[in-house]
Design a protein around this ligand. Sequence first.
Ligand SMILES: [Fe+2]
Length: 456
Amino acid sequence: MRSVFLTQPYLLSLNPSSEMNVVWILREPLQSVVEYGSTEKLGNSIAAQCFEIQGLCLPASEEGYGNFPEDNTPVTVWQCIAKIDGLAPGEQVYYRCKVEDEYTPVYHFHTAPEPGDPYRFVQVSDLQCLPACDEAMHAIGSQNPDFILYSGDMVRSSWRADQWFDLQEPWQDADQVKRAFFPCMQQEDVRLMQYAPTFFCPGNHELNDMRYGEDKSFSVIDKNWNWSIFMQLFRPLYPDTDTTSTGRRWYSADYGDMHIVSLSINRWARWGAHDYPGWRLFDSIAPGSPQIQWLEQDLQEAKTKFKWVIQHFHILNRGKDVQDYLCQPQIGPDGEITYPDDHGGQLMDLFEKYGVNAVSFGHSHVYERYFTKGCHYIEAARITDVCYRGADTRPHISGILPLVEDNSKRSFLVLERKEGGIFATAFYGEGERQVFDQYQIADENGRSVGPQVDKV
Ligand SMILES: [Fe+2]
């Protein structure tokens, strides 16, 4: 018999030292509870709130999915959320979910520790149901992260139910199921989303409909820009119910002595930056935009020793996708291209001003890291395939070259807060899984550690 559960429980929290949202997805709107306690005997129980998730589709026929959402059959799934609160820092909690007579296994999590205590986290992005993403996440989960940073691009087409869930349908083949987002991020024998709260930011694939970057006439209509599926699935991180271009898709949370900021930055399109209608950058990072106003105040008020920012789109990168500054370029009468408002550069100045230690991107599926203006800029997204230009040695358009880049094999990045500061270790994700890059992000006083790299 098919299970009513479409996912195992996953953990989301904006206050991870005192509360945790246990979230799971069902096929039907059924009464549901989370049972929890300080031992495997559990003992407490909270009823879950149930929300309808709209926007997902099943194929309209046996021939499979049509190209666009409207060519397919809408399907409603149901999200349960139970918030366990009143917890102490570092508290261990065992839990399971119950729906009628079905139970999940008992899982456990702990809240974020007191400032100064150790923790371990991983940087993930761009799984997108790509080959070997399940193998990569198994290796990453084997590293026992306390939390996960996910810098965007979860699936390829957000509206396709089969890219998120094991639907237990005969047309969904076994290899595809393994690479769907939740089966991949919830493998049973390693520590992933059932155990470690995950902090997401949206990437270009988190828009409901990819035509915003493929079809110019679609892109210019503002109401076609909508992130509702992503924002519903990760609702506790995105309490704003406005899922359109005017909504809020950024937040921050403190984990131990680290302030985590999640931004929404995407400008992907299949046409040149100066072709009509240009690259529309959502959400805006222009000075004075709602996101930047919020960011400046948030960084100003942050009291923690360390600060880490996740965003999907890169400021510095040598991947083959885009190379321009993070702004809207202008083309002059003589054909010369200029970059009048380098919003990426302005963002870097803000990160420097407020002592951000590291910014981690996704999108180009490369392993690169830079250190400039007192901050590490990292893309550790060579988790599956790679979008790299090969032997091209040009720097980023800003003139800044990476300190380290290695796209020879799949890889992943593990970070540790331990005595002395924050330390990064990059492993190859295939073969012997050797360490190929090891460095310090910040010292015990919260200062970033790295060589100052000047323009070449
Ligand atoms: Fe992307």
